[in-house]
Design a protein around this ligand. Structure first.
Ligand SMILES: Cc1cc2nc3c(=O)[nH]c(=O)nc-3n(C[C@H](O)[C@H](O)[C@H](O)COP(=O)(O)OP(=O)(O)OC[C@H]3O[C@@H](n4cnc5c(N)ncnc54)[C@H](O)[C@@H]3O)c2cc1C
Length: 352
């Protein structure tokens, strides 16, 4: 059980699950996941089940975006394989469309590798909806986030992974729960008291109306309209809002109406019998961090029983993925495994 696990992952969202699976495969040590929420649970603070989730390339012009693009490339390759070998995972590759009412120069100029996206083509004016100045098409993927997380969880358990449902107040608790732990991977979404983290509230609406592609539009006022099909008959996500620092938790009916109206204008074929068949509103908090994802390693000193001595563990942070946790996931997991492997090469010392 937990007592024998040398590697502990805190968090069972998309980053925790992919990190835990990758560590199982590459480090070949028993892995324990500790989390307060697991696949199947619903909480506004547990971001993973609320995601669309789809792939949307961006022009990579800053160091952070170039790094993100590399991580996304790793994810795309893993999902491509999983989509063909595991249809039950709920991943589908499909056309992605992008529309801009007021296009930034970086997109139109195809800067930062944007035009290199698989299947990329700039759309002809005749292919654009009314009010849209510029658009393109590319190869995207979409996945059914609750189904995909359950798929990953099942794989982790089948490969001998252990789980513990518990809300930690501090990462210092870990070695007391798992006394043989040498590595702690912090995939807690918002970290433990990190002042740079904040929520970005997102409201979307899940409908029965079908769509065969993902479509994202940036409107003149800076708002977003998107349509993301959920594979395996999971409906279609119509979105969505992105409100940094908004701690409110309810779904707003006016927001829902606006989202559906805008989607109907953007892609009229989605409308059936004059409207939408709503399944449910979705409200989640994207775990956002000023400066972006925290992906690094440090050493953590912990007191052993009753302060008799000290022990040093490797602590790897992987949190603060904002609105891109799925896109970054397998790339981040690979980096986590590299950091852990490096840490294991320089043996961890226990000092008494
Ligand atoms: C509406 C919406 C649409 C989105 N669309 C997309 C998209 O299209 N593409 C995309 O890539 N991303 C999308 N995202 C973002 C994506 O959902 C997040 O980036 C991702 O889910 C973050 O995963 P995570 O594992 O870091 O965090 P989470 O999923 O929040 O998981 C955190 C885990 O840590 C555990 N935990 C936290 N604190 C503690 C503690 N103290 N003790 C024990 N356990 C703890 C939680 O229980 C949970 O298991 C969207 C998000 C929203 C809300």
């Amino acid at each position: 059980m937990a007592e024998n696990c040398k590697i502990v992952v805190v968090g069972a969202g998309i980053l925790g699950l992919t990190a835990a699976l990758t560590l199982q495969e590459h480090i070949k040590q028993p892995v324990l996941i500790i989390a307060s929420e697991f696949p199947g649970d619903e909480s506004i603070n547990y971001a993973s089940p609320w995601a669309g989730a789809h792939y949307r390339p961006i022009p990579a012009l800053t160091a952070a975006d170039i790094r993100a693009q590399k991580l996304m490339t790793v994810t795309n390759a893993v999902l491509r394989t999983q989509a063909s070998t595991h249809p039950e995972a709920g991943i589908r590759f499909m056309e992605g469309r992008e529309y801009f009412e007021d296009p930034p120069g970086s997109y139109v100029g195809l800067q930062g590798g944007y035009g290199d996206t698989d299947g990329f083509r700039v759309l002809h004016k005749s292919e654009l909806p009314s009010g849209v100045q510029w658009g393109c098409t590319y190869q995207a993927w979409s996945l059914n986030s609750p189904v995909y997380c359950a798929f990953l969880m099942r794989r982790f358990i089948h490969r001998g992974g252990k789980t513990l449902r518990m809300r930690l107040v501090s990462l210092q608790e870990v070695p007391h729960i798992a006394p043989k732990s040498e590595v702690v991977v912090n995939c807690s979404g918002v970290g433990f008291g990190d002042p740079e983290c904040f929520p970005t509230k997102g409201q979307t609406c899940l409908v029965k109306n079908a769509c065969d592609r993902t479509i994202t539009q940036q409107n003149k006022d800076g708002s977003w309209t998107f349509i993301i099909p959920r594979p395996l008959e999971g409906g279609t996500v119509i979105g969505g809002t992105k409100n940094p620092g908004d701690w409110s938790s309810g779904a707003n009916e006016d927001v829902r109406r606006t989202l559906l109206e805008r989607a109907a204008v953007m892609y009229p074929s989605i409308v059936v019998d004059g409207g939408f068949e709503v399944i449910r509103d979705i409200v989640g908090r994207r775990p956002t961090r000023r400066g972006g994802l925290r992906l690094c390693t440090e050493m953590m000193e912990v007191k052993t029983e009753e302060g008799k001595g000290k022990r040093t563990l490797q602590l790897v942070h992987a949190y603060g993925a904002g609105g891109s946790g799925y896109e970054l996931s397998w790339g981040v997991a690979k980096e986590v495994a590299n950091l852990v492997a490096k840490g294991q090469q320089s043996p961890l010392k226990a000092s008494l």
